[in-house]
Design a protein around this ligand. Structure first.
Ligand code: ADP
Length: 271
């Protein structure tokens, strides 16, 4: 549908992209004429079986793989025309189990580093860094050496560096994989916090609890296209397609359904 002139551009817009690998054994494209968009402040989960192309979609959205057909837009601008430096300021990719690779010798400098790279002035750096450290409960540790922190504090410092950058788009690849419960809770809170501060957040995940409890929207990737898209409640109601995608709704969803007085309404499938 055409968008009205007042409506802001989505942060990410994949416009009918086709992506294939030159030496792939299967031959055919991984993504086929696929369209997808993500708005500011949205927390969207990208699900799908292994090999369905989730990482390929993420890499295309970050401009790491050029699509053979179609275009990628970041805030309404053709990504291929945005200089690399500017892209990395606006969009970021968070790999599975990021190692804590600190590059400075104080907690404050570690967070300030991102802003210095972005060319912020000293006043802005002081204010934004202080505010972010306080948000993550690290305000009292500003002068400490990052390597002297506990595991939990190191995790929160990594989160602080991510949060302070004010990126428009962040894509997380399987972030809950292998996390202990405490780390998991902190991570989920970070996703919420990023979205509440208007970052568009795309999370590649098989974690049905994450999807059910936090995602605003779920997109299911099957056979090279987004086969199903909607709220977790809508998507979990589509059992046949879910099953094809190898997904099983969490027990909390079934409990909710059993206790919910309303009958379910969902959008028709677009396959
Ligand atoms: P997912 O992230 O959903 O597991 P991927 O995007 O990693 O899926 O992979 C999608 C398909 O593309 C798979 O069939 C995979 O084998 C193939 N593929 C991924 N990367 C490459 C590559 N560098 N060269 C050739 N084929 C690839």
């Amino acid at each position: 549908a055409p968008r009205s002139p007042e409506e802001p551009d989505p942060v990410l817009f994949l416009d009918k992209i086709t992506v294939s690998y030159p030496r792939a054994s299967s031959g055919g494209p991984v993504l086929k004429d696929l369209s997808f968009s993500l708005a500011a402040g949205e927390l969207c989960a990208l699900a799908g079986p292994n090999g369905s192309g989730k990482s390929t979609l993420a890499a295309t959205a970050m401009g790491l793989i050029p699509p053979q057909k179609g275009r990628v837009f970041l805030e309404g601008r053709d990504l291929s025309r945005i200089p690399l430096r500017e892209r990395s300021r606006r969009a970021g990719f968070v790999f599975q189990n990021p190692e804590h690779q600190f590059v400075t010798d104080s907690v404050f400098e570690e967070v300030a580093f991102t802003l210095r790279q972005q060319g912020c002035n000293d006043t802005e750096i002081r204010e934004r860094t202080g505010e972010t450290l306080n948000t993550l409960g690290l305000g009292d540790l500003a002068r400490r050496n990052p390597f002297s922190l506990s595991f939990g504090q190191k995790r929160r410092l990594s989160a602080a560096s991510m949060l302070v950058a004010h990126r428009k788009l962040l894509i997380f690849d399987e972030p809950t994989f292998g996390q202990d419960p405490r780390a998991l809770e902190e991570l989920l809170n970070l996703l919420d916090l990023l979205a509440s501060r208007n970052t568009a957040v795309l999370v590649i995940t098989h974690d049905m609890d994450l999807i059910w409890s936090r995602a605003h929207r779920v997109a299911l990737l099957l056979d090279g296209v987004i086969a199903l898209e909607g709220t977790p409640e809508d998507v979990f109601a589509r059992e046949a397609l879910l099953h094809r995608g190898g997904l099983i709704p969490p027990s909390r969803y079934h409990l909710h359904k059993a206790l919910s007085p309303r009958s379910h309404h969902y959008e028709p499938c677009h396959l």
